[in-house]
Design a protein around this ligand. Structure first.
Ligand code: PEP
Ligand code: MG
Length: 328
């Protein structure tokens, strides 16, 4: 296993027909960073900043946030890091961040979470914006906002960053060389307005964990539902195909950062949909690079087009058959 890791680390993920696929890893702690050189991933496509908040007894002070982000950027060297602003609420409860008195949530996953919290408690987002902007002084900063539901939420969150940027500029602080703002696509409603938001997005990252929970109306943590709906279902694949089509005319980079991309058949399906940027759990980087080497992108794209137009009864089976017929 160790040897396999070492062998895959230096493999550049290029398909048989010569397409370079970007394979990044997901992280959330300083301790995750050594996995970057170990896996040879192309960067951190999702840094879950809420982990620092979750392991702290109190709200992490700005200096502590800055230190973490700077350490992460330093550890990444010249590889890109995408910081996701805090995604708390839902199943990630902070005891020190109180809801309004007496409010309990019946559906926390669809409740007061992520950007909804950050835009209301905007002191939280201001502090995080300042920490990120300072930590990335002299470098490129990539920021993405979780659970964007309507385009104005992206604009409001970016405005908080703009405010902090102006403040730092006035103070003659070292600013990031470039700042790229992106949104996560986790709420199906955003897909309906993507054409309006895309011109302002440097990138869009599809969070398939939450997205599928909302598409299927099925709690992602419910043990009885864990196996019920398949990522390789027609509904998801058609949904994703439409997102790919909508985003294509824009300069917005499209990534999948949910767990879906870390599984072989699912990754194959994503390639078939024309998604060429993945951010996945570190343990999956080697196996997915290996898969990419075995795939002809043109062929899987043609096969996927055909399945979407004339759906087989079982797409997972069709993919598995296709894979074995192509020596995968
Ligand atoms: C997702 O929802 O797919 C995602 C990547 O974010 P998280 O798993 O942290 O909710
Ligand atoms: Mg999510």
């Amino acid at each position: 296993r160790q040897a396999h890791y070492a062998r895959m680390r230096d493999v550049v993920p290029v398909t048989r027909d010569g397409h370079r696929i970007t394979v990044m890893m997901n992280a959330g702690l300083r301790d995750d960073m050594p996995m970057l050189p170990l896996t040879g991933a192309d960067g951190i496509g999702l840094f879950r900043t809420e982990f620092q908040f979750l392991v702290s007894a109190t709200l992490p002070a700005r200096e502590r946030q800055t230190r973490l982000y700077r350490d992460v950027l330093e550890a990444a060297g010249d590889r890109p890091v995408v910081f996701r602003t805090v995604d708390i609420g839902g199943d990630k409860v902070l005891p020190y961040l109180r809801h309004n008195e007496g409010e309990t949530e019946e559906n926390p996953a669809m409740g007061w979470r992520a950007l909804r919290v950050a835009l209301e408690r905007d002191g939280l987002l201001k502090v995080q914006a300042r920490a990120l902007l300072e930590a990335a002084g002299g470098r490129t900063l990539s920021v993405m906002f979780p659970m964007v539901t309507e385009p104005w939420e992206f604009d409001a969150a970016k405005a908080v960053f703009d405010g902090q940027l102006a403040f730092l500029k006035k103070r003659k602080k070292l600013l990031p060389e470039a700042i790229r703002y992106g949104a996560m696509l986790e709420v199906p409603a955003l897909a309906e307005c993507l054409d309006l938001l895309a011109p302002r997005l440097a990138f869009l990252s599809i969070g398939t964990n939450d997205l599928t929970q909302f598409l299927f109306a099925a709690d992602r943590a419910h043990p009885k539902l864990a196996e019920r709906y398949d990522w390789l279902s027609l509904a998801i694949l058609r949904f994703l195909a439409r997102v790919v089509r909508t985003i294509a005319p824009f300069d917005t980079k499209l990534t999948v950062c949910g767990e879906m991309g870390g599984r072989r058949m699912e990754a194959l399906a994503l390639l078939g949909l024309g998604i060429t940027r993945l951010s996945i759990t570190p343990a999956a980087v080697g196996p997915i690079k290996e898969l990419i080497q075995q795939v002809d992108l043109g062929q899987i794209r043609a096969a996927m087009d055909d399945w979407l137009a004339h759906p087989p009864a079982d797409i997972r089976q069709a993919l598995a058959d296709w894979a074995s017929a192509h020596g995968i």
